[in-house]
Design a protein around this ligand. Sequence first.
Ligand SMILES: [Zn+2]
Length: 121
Amino acid sequence: MKIGLYLGTYFLDIKRESNTLLMGYKNVCLNCKTAFSTGMDYKEIKSSKCTKCVEAMISVSHKFKPPKKSDISGWKLVSFLIENGFRFDSANDESYKRVQYPKTLEEAKEFVRLYKAPPQE
Ligand SMILES: [Zn+2]
């Protein structure tokens, strides 16, 4: 599988990456398949609700590139990653080498299996 070349058996350093989120967020509504750029105000971000459906939005990295609304499989992939705790921050392996986010749901399943953070103790 292609993604194995990037990922090997390393474990992503998600916690370290979450410290770099100050660079800005995007808010995503999976319901409406839409994303908004947000400012840097954490309180704003946490209370953000979708202006269309009033669901709570999910904040992801500013690096997130939303698929087109019509791209159903693209949004399935996004939902799957978000549900598994991936917020499109830079992902690095143990040796701080950048790893690529998956491009398909199939790759994503492998990605999540390899890199999902274990439950916090
Ligand atoms: Zn919405």
